[in-house]
Design a binder for this molecule. Structure first.
Ligand code: FAD
Length: 503
C-alpha cells in the first residue's frame, strides 16, 4: 500500500497553448494547489487554430470552478450569450428549427409534453414545437437574461452558454494560469525523449536545445498530436464516411444582427456558422471537398455573409474521428490532439472540459496504474461517440435531395445505436437516453422533430388522459411570450453588465 505524497507527480508539461492548453493549465493550476510544477510550451511560429467561438452550457461550470466572474469574462473576451442554435435549411430548404438550451416548458403530465404536442398538432391545435420553449421565445425576440432560480417560474426553464473570441479566451486563461504559477515557455518542440524500456515520455526538446523534463505530459498540440500520435503512434479512427465534411473556410465580418444564438445554415455541400460577438461576427463554411471545390465553397461563404468581411477567408482542414486511445502511457491528449468532430453542436471546447474533468477525477501518481488509464479511455470513447451520433443525426435525417452530399447523407448507413434511436422515435416517439450522453432528451427531441422525423404514433398512455393538452400548450405559449417581453434585449443586457472596451 502506498499513500505517500512522495509518489505524487511533481512535474507536468503541457504541450500547446491553444484553448485546450490554457484551459488545462488553468484547471490543473487551480486544482493542484501545491507541490507540482506546471510548464506550458507553445510556439507562436506554429500558432493556434484560432477558431472555436461557440459553446454549450457546461462551460459555465468550468469557469465557475476556476472562480471566474461571468461579467468580467464576457467583457474580456468580447463575448455574447447563446440560448441555442438555429438550424436553417437542414430538414428541407426554407425550413428552420431551434435546438434550445433548457427545456420545452415544464412537464405538466406523466405523458411527455411532446406527445401532447404531437396530438394537438395533428388536430391543427398547436404551433411549431419551438413555440413552447422559453429559450427560443426569448432568442427570437433578441432578448437575454439568465434564468431565474424559482423553479415555478417559466423563466427558470431556459439555459445558456457563451460566444467568445477564442484568442481572447486563451489570453484570459493564460493570465489566470500564470498568476497561479504556471510557467510558459515559448519555443518549438523538435524532439521527444522516451524511456527506452517503458516508452514513457521523459522530456521534450526545443529547437534551441533546451530540454524540458516531465512526469505527466498533456498533449494539447492540436490536430497533429505531437506526443499521442507522432511519438506514441496511438492510431486514429476516421469517421468521414458518416461525417463527410473535411474543411472549413472561416472569416470575420462586421457585426450585423446581434442574435443571442448561433445560426447554422445548410448549403449544398456543407453548412455555414454565424456567431455574433461584441466587436465582430464569426462566420465559417464547413464543407466536404468531395462535393464542392474549395473555391466554390469560399464563394458560398462570401455570398452569404450578409455583412462586410473584415479579413481574407482562412481555410482549415480536418479529418473527423478520434485517437484509438486518449490516454496512453504518461500522455493524455486533450483538445484537437485527441480527435475532432465538426463544430455543428459546438462540442469541441466541451470535450476539452470533459477531458480535464476526467483527468482530475482519475489523477495518477507515478505508478500510472493502467486501471486509471483504462477507465479514462472507456469514458472518453463513450462520450465522443455519443456526440458523434448526435451530429450524424442532423445529416441522416434530411429530406433534402437537391445535391449529391445530401443524397449521400440521407442514404448512408449510420452506427447501430443511432439507427435504433431513430427507429424508436419514428415509430413510437420514444426518446432513448444514451449512457453518458452529453445531449439529453430535449436536444434529441429538438433535432428529431426539427429534422422532420415525425413519429407515427403518440404515447399509448395518452388514450387514458382527460387532460386537454392543446389548452395547456396554448397557456404555456402565452406565458412564455409574456415572460420574454419582461427581459432586456441582448444588447441592453450586455451594455448594463458586461460591455467590452471597443478595440
Ligand atoms: P490549437 O489551437 O491548434 O493549439 C495547438 C497548440 O500547440 C498551439 O499553441 C501550437 O503553437 C502548439 N504546438 C503545436 N506543435 C508544437 C510544437 N512542435 N512545439 C511547440 N508548440 C506546438 N469548438 C467549439 O467548442 N466551438 C466552436 O464553435 C468551434 N468551431 C470550430 C471551427 C473549426 C473550423 C474548427 C477546425 C474547430 C472548431 N472548434 C470549435 C474546435 C476548437 O477550435 C478547438 O477545440 C480549440 O481551439 C482547441 O484547439 P487546441 O488547443 O486543441 O489546438
Amino acid at each position: 500500500m502506498s499513500y505517500a505524497a512522495n509518489n505524487s507527480i511533481k512535474k507536468i508539461v503541457i504541450v500547446g497553448g491553444g484553448t485546450a492548453g490554457w484551459m488545462t493549465a488553468a484547471a490543473l493550476s487551480n486544482a493542484l494547489q501545491q507541490g507540482c510544477h506546471i510548464t506550458l510550451i507553445e510556439s507562436e511560429q506554429i500558432g493556434t487554430v484560432g477558431v472555436g467561438e461557440a459553446t454549450i452550457p457546461p462551460i459555465r461550470l468550468f469557469n465557475q470552478s476556476l472562480g471566474i466572474n461571468e461579467n468580467d469574462f464576457i467583457r474580456a473576451t468580447q463575448g455574447s450569450f447563446k440560448l441555442g442554435i438555429q438550424f436553417i435549411n437542414w430538414g428541407r430548404q426554407n425550413h428552420s428549427y431551434f435546438h434550445p438550451f433548457g427545456s420545452y416548458g415544464r412537464q405538466f403530465d406523466l405523458v411527455s409534453l411532446h406527445h401532447h404536442w404531437l396530438a394537438a398538432k395533428a388536430q391543427g391545435k398547436a404551433d411549431s414545437l419551438d413555440s413552447y420553449c422559453m429559450a427560443w421565445v426569448v432568442a427570437q425576440q433578441g432578448r437575454f437574461a439568465p434564468p431565474v432560480t424559482d423553479p415555478r417560474h417559466v423563466l427558470s426553464t431556459h439555459d445558456y452558454a457563451y460566444h467568445f473570441d477564442a484568442g481572447l479566451y486563451a489570453s484570459y486563461l493564460r493570465q489566470y494560469s500564470e498568476a497561479k504559477g504556471v510557467l510558459r515557455i515559448e519555443g518549438k518542440i523538435s524532439a521527444v525523449k522516451q524511456n527506452s524500456i517503458s516508452g514513457f515520455i521523459e522530456a521534450v526538446q526545443l529547437d534551441n536545445g533546451q530540454l524540458l523534463e516531465g512526469e505527466l505530459f498533456i498533449d494539447c498540440s492540436g490536430f497533429r498530436g505531437l506526443l499521442i500520435e507522432d511519438t506514441l503512434k496511438t492510431g486514429y479512427q476516421d469517421w468521414s464516411h458518416w461525417l463527410p465534411c473535411n474543411r472549413a473556410w472561416a472569416v470575420p465580418s462586421e457585426r450585423g444582427e446581434f442574435t443571442p444564438y448561433t445560426k447554422s445554415t445548410a448549403h449544398q455541400a456543407g453548412w455555414q456558422w454565424r456567431i455574433p460577438l461584441q466587436h465582430r461576427t464569426g462566420n465559417g463554411h464547413v464543407f466536404s471537398n468531395h462535393f464542392i471545390s474549395e473555391q466554390q465553397a469560399q464563394d458560398v461563404l462570401l455570398q452569404n455573409l450578409g455583412a462586410k468581411a473584415l479579413a481574407e477567408p482562412r481555410m482549415l482542414q480536418f479529418v473527423t474521428g478520434r485517437r484509438n486511445l486518449f490516454w496512453h502511457k504518461n500522455v493524455v491528449a486533450i483538445g484537437l490532439a485527441s480527435g475532432f468532430l465538426e463544430p455543428l453542436e459546438s462540442t469541441s471546447i466541451h470535450l476539452i472540459q470533459a477531458g480535464i474533468a476526467k483527468l482530475l477525477a482519475l489523477f495518477p501518481d507515478k505508478d500510472f496504474d493502467p486501471l486509471l488509464t483504462e477507465e479514462y479511455n472507456r469514458v472518453a470513447i463513450r462520450e465522443i461517440e455519443n456526440i458523434r451520433d448526435f451530429i450524424i443525426l442532423h445529416y441522416k435525417l434530411t429530406e433534402r435531395n437537391d445535391s449529391e452530399m445530401w443524397r449521400y447523407c440521407a442514404a448512408m448507413p449510420v452506427p447501430d445505436p443511432l439507427t435504433y434511436r431513430i427507429e424508436q422515435f419514428k415509430r413510437q416517439g420514444r426518446l432513448i437516453p444514451g449512457e453518458m450522453d452529453l445531449f439529453g432528451n430535449t436536444s434529441w427531441l429538438a433535432v428529431h422533430i426539427g429534422q422532420l422525423n415525425t413519429p407515427q404514433k403518440t404515447d399509448a398512455v395518452l388514450a387514458y388522459r382527460s387532460i386537454e393538452g392543446a389548452e395547456r400548450l396554448a397557456k404555456l405559449s402565452q406565458a412564455l411570450q409574456a415572460a420574454a417581453l419582461s427581459l432586456p434585449t441582448h444588447q441592453q443586457y450586455i451594455d448594463q453588465h458586461c460591455k467590452a472596451a471597443s478595440l
